[in-house]
Design a binder for this molecule. Sequence first.
Ligand code: ADP
Length: 666
Amino acid sequence: MNIFKKSGEKLHLATIEESRQMIISAKMPPYVEQIASKELEMLSKMSSATAEFTIGLNYIDYLVSLPWNVKTKDNLDLSRAESILNERHYGLAEVKERILEHLAVKIFVTNKKPRILVVDDEETARKNLEHVLRKENYTIVTASSGVEAIKKLEISDFDVVLTDLKMEKVNGIEVLKKTKIKYPNTQVIVITAYASVDSAVEAIKKDAFHYIAKPYRLDEVRNVVKQAIEKKLSNVSTKGSILCFSGPPGTGKTSMGKSIADALGRKFARISMGGMKDEAEIRGHRRTYVGAMPGRIIEEIRRAGSANPVLMMDEVDKIGHDFKGDPASALLEVLDPEQNQSFIDHYVDVPFDLSSVLFIVTANIADYIQEPLRDRTEVIEFSGYTEDEKKKIALNHLVPKQTHEQGLSDCQPEFSAETISKIIQGYTREAGIRNLERNIATVCRKIATEFVHHKDTVRNIKVSPDMVENYLGPRKYYSEVTNEKNQIGIATGLVWTEVGGDIIFIEAARMKGKRELILTGSLGNVMCESAQAALSYIRSNASLFNIPEDFFENHDIHIHVPAGAIPKDGPSAGATIAIALISLLTGCPARRDVAVSGELTLSGRILPIGGIKEKLLAARQAGVKIVVLPFKNKVDVDNLHEDVKKELEIRLADTVEEIINTVLIK
Ligand code: ADP
């Protein structure tokens, strides 16, 4: 019995000692090391058989494993970054331009020669500091008194101010206050004699970066100044620069984030915010809970192994209101450069500096992001691709990538442009290229399987359009428009959803009843109101369209939008609903290959709408010939690339009356 007890104690001591060594060699910031040591001290008095002991030990392990001081060095070579982006991503010229501008500012700020103001009333000390720091290649300006320092601060700003604490008239604290009011990002280091350490502590409380006690070692000065400059730069270069990539799935947002990380030489990490229901997923659980875990942010940073990764937060527009806790404030704290220097994860319970993380958030529709969050970001739109673009991306990027991933590098199958076209048209309906990539992967996999079955037939295969059915099965999509007849009471519309543009058909029917408007097809509130407005408009202007004034007497009107399982909303169906109703009530069939999109007012005017590019892409894919859009969207239409408008006739209209002749067949 005694032997067991003794060997248990030995193990206990060994575990404690091992943790102590880990803490020492982890080189954590002093305040973290202190906490870890205190925790270990407590554990050393506890029995190792208790649950608290294991929890405490895990906590220490976790603290030790965080990259407190590990940062990758940024590769600030703009032309290298440019070639990485160009090589990996086809097109997206505007997106790339904005990202490169963003990097350029960062490079510019980082490469600028740091400016330092040295304030000391003792000439020798001043000269000494000036001499040492100038050697480090900083621009040095000196001031021989607090008064002079304040004058110099009025004229220009500095990255770092190094000031003596005790000076006549205006002392170091005054210099610190003045600097912080005028330039909150400038870092102030105070120099103090041993006797005045108390005032140095006061200075730190007033937001000084650090204090150096006299007599100081020159090494110490160099180091502290270097750290202060780093802090200033990380503040400036990340400030207000949270990028938000917004666009439908499969348009290259994630891969672009990864390329930015590669261009900068940083680690890349990703968190999906979409399914998050609880603030603790961001911020972690308190350790008092059994099974408490750190939040995703800290965990991803730990996994990345560096304190300055590119951290992508996906789907921030999906953070719901059913979220437990306050997601907005949790995320804002993470993204706000003022607050994230000391981000506290509930589990870690010690501040972790997130200020050098490069955050990128993504969303399908930027408008759905909660306002305070959206305000902090710089939104970059990724819109859908045209068929030509998809073809080029497929041939130059997706096919080589998939042949490699499916192990076919030695005998690459050849895809012709026609084959890719056939896959795009027959097997995908999307704004991005996710399904296209998936289908190409399927073809490659099937080819690999064939090779395995017939070992002797490994060779380069030319995948022709005829072979597509063999690999992918029967065609999944047909043009929704070309093979269908024009009908009375059915009008073609265009909607914009988070997965891109889409075509809809609005059906209207009239039957005997009690003046009821029936709306079906999972319509949202806005769309229901659009239908009511369209009906009221037609009732009040019946004579204009040669419709009997009493058409609603003793009748019901039913408006239905098929594909009822998919929720639909938005104001842009107003004009289409009006056309479906006029077609129904006048008995003139509506052209199926003419799509109408526009918000309708009660007086019959057509108001502008969003998502024009996505809608046009969807229209062309569905085989639409003419698209009618609000006149007020003319600028948007003019700004679109010709490729997007190819094969489509676009007509602009201000009122419903102007649309009628285009759509209805008299
Ligand atoms: P998202 O994050 O927008 O859903 P992804 O970045 O996951 O899209 O892209 C899906 C796939 O399409 C990836 O394999 C990506 O490399 C590829 N891709 C998307 N856009 C481009 C492009 N412009 N050039 C090359 N490949 C692209």
